[in-house]
Design a protein around this ligand. Sequence first.
Ligand SMILES: Cc1cc2nc3c(=O)[nH]c(=O)nc-3n(C[C@H](O)[C@H](O)[C@H](O)COP(=O)(O)OP(=O)(O)OC[C@H]3O[C@@H](n4cnc5c(N)ncnc54)[C@H](O)[C@@H]3O)c2cc1C
Length: 239
Amino acid sequence: MPSVPKWLGDTLEKLSSKYYHAVTVTDVTYLNESLKKVRFEGDIKSIAFTPGQVVEFRVTDTDYRHYTPSVFDTKQKACEVIFYLHGRGIGSMWAEALEEGQQLKLIGPGGKLAYRSEFPVHLVFGDETSVGLAHCIANECERSGSQFKGLLEFAPENISWEIGTDDRTTVVRASMDFPAKRALEVLESWQDIYGDKVGFYLTGRAKSIQRVRGYLLEKGVPRKHIQTEPYWAEGKRGL
Ligand SMILES: Cc1cc2nc3c(=O)[nH]c(=O)nc-3n(C[C@H](O)[C@H](O)[C@H](O)COP(=O)(O)OP(=O)(O)OC[C@H]3O[C@@H](n4cnc5c(N)ncnc54)[C@H](O)[C@@H]3O)c2cc1C
């Protein structure tokens, strides 16, 4: 629900209070000028979380935005999110303004994409908004002894970013005109990903997801091995 009238937002918050968790911002780290990692601590001890799930924040009285925890640690009562500050919408402005000590409500977790432990290999495709997901799935792979592969497309000005998942993640240049063009070239060169061992998590820009999904299906990857969750689309507000 990207946007609802204020009265409805207030009512939902009262009626569904078990999904709203009071948290405090306890740490803010800039991974670079446009990637902001924020740690939230608070009332999340008894929540079930599967890597890949998302949380939601009420970013204004009437607007909500989804984000993917890179870490969700119920023992430590802590959750971390990596925000891409693209500066083009209220979600980005809200994330930019987050500071230590701020108190807010975290909603969820939920969403349709989640880590599937039956696969020995997990491939995350996405962009700047998917860095948190890549971390979360990579950590889960390490924990469970499976293999992680990341493929992220970044805007030309972000191409040199270090994102901390080492050589398991390949970063390519994104093109607004040709969604996923370079990513498809890389996928073509990864001959070992077309069997039945790989679980795919396609996220980020809607148009890029569409192209990558189409390509994988053409290559014979079973439909049920591919999970998709668009994180943003040109001209759309808050998916
Ligand atoms: C399930 C889910 C999980 C998500 N997880 C994360 C996450 O972990 N980290 C994160 O940073 N974001 C994440 N996002 C995306 C985040 O919610 C978007 O950044 C947000 O929707 C944009 O909100 P906004 O209000 O800033 O811009 P909006 O008002 O939604 O968009 C305004 C315009 O800005 C442009 N725009 C939006 N996003 C981008 C972009 N990334 N690059 C270029 N142009 C853009 C589009 O043209 C859009 O029409 C997630 C989204 C979903 C749906």
